[in-house]
Design a protein around this ligand. Structure first.
Ligand code: USQ
Length: 395
C-alpha cells in the first residue's frame, strides 16, 4: 500500500532511545509535527550496569538543537515518567493532542530483567503500568488516537507450529474460534510485553481504542538517513551483554578481535531486521491506522537466522576486510530452546508495502567499518554475559 501523506501530530514515548530517536527524526523530516516524551531512564540503567553506548550521545536538549540546526525543524520534548506520573502524561496528551502515539518507553532488555528480583519487578511495573497509563490517558483525552506499541516476537517463544500474527484459528471439540496466539515468553522482560498485549487488547474492546502491537524481532544497525546527517544525531548503539542485541554485539566483537559469543549450540533462530526497517514498519503502521476498537498485531521482522548463521555472516565479512574474526560457543546463560522449529509469518507489513533491507556482506562490512571508527572506546569488560537465567544475582 502507498503511504499517502497527511501531516500528523505524532508523540514518540521513549524518544531518546535507540529506536525512539531515529523514529522521531524520521517523522519530523517527513513533515509531521513531532513531540518526544522521555524520562532519561535508559541513561541511568546504562550507568547502573556499566554499559555505555558505543558513540557518545549528547543530552536530549543538545540533540534537539542539532536537529534544528541540520534540518531547520523543531521537535518538542517533555521530560517525565509515564509509569510513575499519570498526571504528567495526561497533561502532555492534553497539550499536544497526539493523533498517533508511538510507544517505545519501556525497559527493553531481557538480561536486565533477569539480574535480580529488584530489576524483574521494576521491569514489569515500569512497562505494564506505563502502558496502562497510556491507555487510560488515551481514553480520557484522545480516544480517537492510534497507539503504535512496540511488542516483541519473544512473546511467542519457539512453538513447534508456525507463528501467526497475534491470533490463531483453533478448532476444539467440534467448535472453532480465533483466539490470541499462545504466549511462551522467555524472560521477565518478554512477559511484560505479553501482559501489555493483553491490556491493550482489553482496552480496545471496552473503550473502542485503536492500537497496533508491533511484535518486533531483534534489531541491528546504526544508520538511518536522518542520524547520518550529522555525528551529533547518532543513535545509542549498544554492544554490552545487557543492552546489546546479537548482531550489534557480534560486529563489535569482530572489530576488536574478541571471539564472537554464540550462546550454547547457536541453533536458536530469531527474526531480525535492520533499524531502517523498524522505522519503515512503524511508519507503515502509523499511516494505515486500524478501525476504532480494533487491536491488530503485526509481526515485525524481515529475515530469520540462527544465531550461528549470524555469527558466521559477521565472521565472513570481517575476513573479507582482512580482520581476524573467530566464533566461540560459550555456555548459554539463558534458558531457551537451542534446536527448534521456527516459522513466523510477517505478511501484514509486507502487504502494506514493506521493502526489506536484506542482511548482506556489504551491509555487515559497512557496520564493521563504522564500529571500528570507535574501536578505542570499546569496553571489552562489558562483552561477556554475567546475567544467568538459572541463578539471578546482582551485578
Ligand atoms: N545471543 C547469543 N550471543 C550473544 C547475544 C545473544 O548467542 O552474545 C543469542 C541469545 O541467546 C538469543 C538471541 O541471540 O537466542 C537473541 O538475543 P538478543 O540479546 O539479541 O535479543 P533478546 O534478548 O531476545 O532481545 C532483543 C531486544 C528486545 C526485543 C527482542 C526481540 O533487546 O528488546 O524485544 O530482541 S525477540 O528476540 O524477537 O524477542
Amino acid at each position: 500500500m502507498r503511504i499517502d501523506f497527511r501531516p500528523l501530530r505524532i508523540l514518540v514515548l521513549g524518544g531518546d532511545g535507540y529506536l525512539g530517536w531515529p523514529t522521531a527524526l524520521h517523522f519530523s523530516a517527513k513533515g509531521h509535527d513531532v513531540a518526544i516524551v522521555d524520562n532519561m531512564a535508559k541513561r541511568r540503567w546504562e550507568e547502573e550496569v556499566g554499559a555505555m553506548p558505543l558513540f557518545p550521545i549528547p543530552s536530549l536538549r543538545q540533540r534537539l538543537a542539532a536537529w534544528r540546526e541540520c534540518s531547520g525543524l523543531r521537535i518538542r520534548s517533555s521530560l517525565g515518567d509515564i509509569a510513575g506520573d499519570f498526571e504528567f502524561l495526561k497533561d502532555v496528551f492534553q497539550e499536544f493532542r497526539p493523533e498517533t502515539i508511538i510507544h517505545y518507553a519501556e525497559q527493553p532488555s531481557a538480561p536486565y530483567s533477569m539480574i535480580d528480583h529488584r530489576r524483574a519487578t521494576f521491569t514489569q511495573r515500569n512497562n505494564v503500568i506505563g502502558t496502562l497509563n497510556v491507555l487510560y490517558a488515551m481514553q480520557e483525552v484522545v480516544p480517537h488516537a492510534h497507539l503504535v506499541k512496540l511488542g516483541t516476537m519473544g512473546e511467542y517463544g519457539t512453538p513447534n507450529i508456525d507463528i501467526e500474527e497475534g491470533f490463531i484459528e483453533i478448532e476444539h471439540r467440534g467448535r472453532k474460534d480465533t483466539l490470541p496466539f499462545p504466549k511462551q515468553a522467555g524472560s521477565w522482560y518478554h512477559w511484560s510485553k505479553v501482559h501489555d498485549s493483553g491490556n491493550i487488547s482489553f482496552a480496545c474492546r471496552i473503550w473502542k481504542l485503536r492500537a497496533t502491537d508491533l511484535n518486533q524481532g531483534v534489531v541491528y544497525g546504526i544508520s538511518t538517513p536522518e542520524t547520518d546527517m550529522n555525528e551529533r544525531l547518532v543513535t545509542s548503539f549498544h554492544y554490552d551483554h545487557v543492552f546489546g542485541t546479537a548482531l550489534n554485539r557480534f560486529v563489535v566483537q569482530a572489530a576488536t578481535g574478541h571471539p564472537i559469543t554464540v550462546y550454547g549450540g547457536g541453533n536458536q533462530k530469531r527474526g531480525f531486521l535492520n533499524i531502517r526497517d523498524t522505522i519503515q514498519c512503524v511508519e507503515l503502521a502509523s499511516m494505515n491506522p486500524p478501525a476504532a476498537g480494533e487491536f491488530r498485531v503485526f509481526n515485525q521482522f524481515t529475515e530469520v537466522f540462527s544465531v550461528f548463521e549470524l555469527a558466521k555472516a559477521v565472521c565472513d565479512a570481517a575476513r573479507i576486510l582482512g580482520w581476524d574474526a573467530t566464533i566461540r560457543r560459550i555456555e548459554n546463560p539463558r534458558v531457551e530452546a537451542e534446536d527448534h522449529y521456527y516459522n513466523p509469518r510477517n505478511d501484514h507489513l509486507l502487504r502494506l508495502g514493506l521493502t526489506p533491507t536484506a542482511l548482506s556482506d556489504e551491509l555487515v562490512q559497512s557496520l564493521l567499518r563504522r564500529v571500528s571508527e570507535a574501536k578505542e572506546a570499546i569496553n571489552r569488560e562489558a562483552i561477556m554475559p554475567t546475567v544467568q537465567w538459572r541463578q539471578t544475582r546482582s551485578l
